[in-house]
Design a protein around this ligand. Structure first.
Ligand SMILES: Cc1cc2nc3c(=O)[nH]c(=O)nc-3n(C[C@H](O)[C@H](O)[C@H](O)COP(=O)(O)OP(=O)(O)OC[C@H]3O[C@@H](n4cnc5c(N)ncnc54)[C@H](O)[C@@H]3O)c2cc1C
Length: 465
């Protein structure tokens, strides 16, 4: 009987194991499947603190409904009825610039009225229509692309906070093509982003403008928090999931691979090993199989992020937090990346009469801040919220999460590093790598890559007989 091991119980590993299992069952094959997770619980970056009526997510707070992979998974798992769409208020997103919050304009007239950019910078954006296109085969940074196409000010006040919001990253180092492949594609195909947007709007008829969470779709979660998804996947896989079983080393055998798990070095022999780990966590186990592959994976960088959840009684605040929250451009030199107004985005996140904010600290901009002791992080978040939003009240709920390796940074050269990884893997038949270090960090990317990896695994097993 063939044996398949999936290592890592974050959304990538769980979804990949589920998809493989589904294909094996459909083929009527007799294969054994196991998932090994290092921690005592599954979910990886997905998790939450639930206390006193507050539900504070540790990492992601939702996925966009504009791509089908995660929604499809929810439908198959029978948890579609638990899905929770963000409130209409979440369409209002803000940028903190020069001492005030500016609402992100949602239409061209609103853009020209907005004071987020100076008038010359707004006019400069029109010149995007004629800006030089990235040379074929080049790998521009997000910042260089932004300055060339949109102008210096728009790059600093629009693109920079967007990069902070998605990658907690440094736009001067991140690769446009690896981080935002769709934008690179639109530039290539239409030679202008404005032209691309107009053409796509025409194609979609007048259905432009997007859902409540903006043009990318509607942010979606579950009434019970995002953990509903990994928990349901783990239930579907049942006793094939082993927690507290970290992979420490791998070795080649005549049939496939031997995995060493946990401190007592239990072994599991398998034909296929899917490592759904951050690249950095795959380095040590792969070292004994292929030092050069481990060496490439060691080059992947991560930005640390701290999430500080603060709950307040609404009556104690002077402001109504009515919107998605705000992001801060790097040029502001503040100590936070932004703040998400969680209870305004989703229902069921704070008890009646209370609000919940999640403030993000660190990233590639200020990595050292993300790793400060908890008490200092809370003080820092409260000071910034007092200065930016005027919130001086005592919080009634406090929760800190720290991720030393929160999000993989797809810096320039990521594409070439992926090619090197692929080349090394071709000499290790039956070993597959997936997860957010490679081809997209969003939950939708993770679930889409799970489908691709499962297809590759089943083709491999079919070819191997
Ligand atoms: C603060 C924050 C906010 C985010 N917000 C959003 C958002 O709103 N929307 C969105 O789409 N995305 C968001 N993301 C990104 C998204 O959460 C991640 O990309 C995604 O959850 C990664 O899933 P994964 O399974 O690839 O990795 P992980 O969740 O990191 O899972 C990897 C798993 O492997 C396990 N592991 C590690 N080493 C071993 C080993 N040796 N043996 C066995 N197991 C091991 C780990 O314990 C972990 O469970 C956010 C990320 C962060 C950090």
């Amino acid at each position: 009987m063939k044996k398949v091991a999936v290592v890592g119980g974050g959304i990538s590993g769980l979804a990949t194991a589920y998809e493989i299992d589904k294909r094996l069952r459909a083929a009527g094959g007799h294969c054994e499947l196991r998932l090994f997770e290092a921690e005592a619980r599954v979910g990886g970056k997905i998790g939450a603190a639930r206390r006193d009526g507050f539900l504070c997510e540790a990492g992601p707070n939702g996925f966009l409904d504009s791509k089908p992979s995660t929604l499809n998974l929810c439908r198959e798992l029978g948890i579609e009825d638990q899905l929770l769409r963000s409130r209409d208020a979440a369409a209002r997103r803000f940028i903190f610039s020069r001492g005030e919050l500016h609402q992100l304009p949602g239409s061209p007239p609103a853009f020209f009225r907005s004071r987020l950019l100076s008038l010359p910078a707004r006019l400069r954006m029109v010149a995007e229509l004629w800006a030089p296109v990235s040379p074929p085969g080049s790998d521009p940074t997000v910042a260089e692309f932004g300055r060339r196409r949109l102008g210096r000010e728009a790059a600093a006040r629009l693109l920079d906070p967007m990069v902070a919001g998605v990658f907690a990253g440094d736009p001067e180092r991140l690769s446009l093509g690896s981080c935002f492949p769709r934008i690179a594609e639109l530039e290539r195909d239409y030679r202008s982003l404005i032209r691309a947007l107009l053409a796509l709007q025409l194609k979609r008829g007048r259905r432009s403008g997007g859902g409540p969470a903006g043009p990318g779709g509607t942010l979606t979660s579950f009434a019970g928090g995002l953990s509903v998804l990994p928990d349901t996947l783990a239930q579907a896989l049942a006793d094939r999931v082993a927690c507290a079983a970290p992979l420490t080393a791998m070795e080649r055998t005549a049939q496939g691979y031997r995995l060493y798990l946990g401190p007592d070095r239990q072994t599991y022999d398998c034909d296929v090993a899917v490592l759904a780990l951050q690249a950095a966590d795959a380095v040590a186990p792969l070292q004994s199989l292929d030092t050069r592959l481990a060496g490439v994976l060691e080059q992947f960088e991560y930005a640390p992020v701290a999430v500080v959840g603060l709950g307040f009684e609404q009556a104690a605040l002077q402001t109504r937090l009515d919107g998605f929250g705000f992001l801060v451009p790097g040029e502001e030199r503040r100590r936070i990346l932004g703040s998400l107004w969680t209870s305004s985005i989703f229902a069921h996140r704070a008890p009646d009469g209370c609000v919940l904010l999640r403030t993000l600290i660190g990233g590639a901009r200020n990595p050292e801040l993300a790793l400060l002791p908890e008490a200092q992080l809370i003080e820092l978040a409260r000071t910034e919220l007092r200065q930016i939003l005027g919130i001086a009240a005592e919080p009634v709920f406090v929760q800190v999460f720290q991720w030393p390796r929160a999000i993989c940074q797809y810096t320039v050269g990521h594409r070439e590093r992926l090619q090197q990884v692929e080349a090394r893997l071709s000499a290790l038949p039956g070993v597959f790598l997936t997860g957010n270090s490679y081809r997209g960090v969003a939950l939708n990317d993770c679930t889409q890559n799970a489908v691709r990896t499962a297809d590759a695994v089943t083709s491999y097993l079919a070819a191997a007989g």
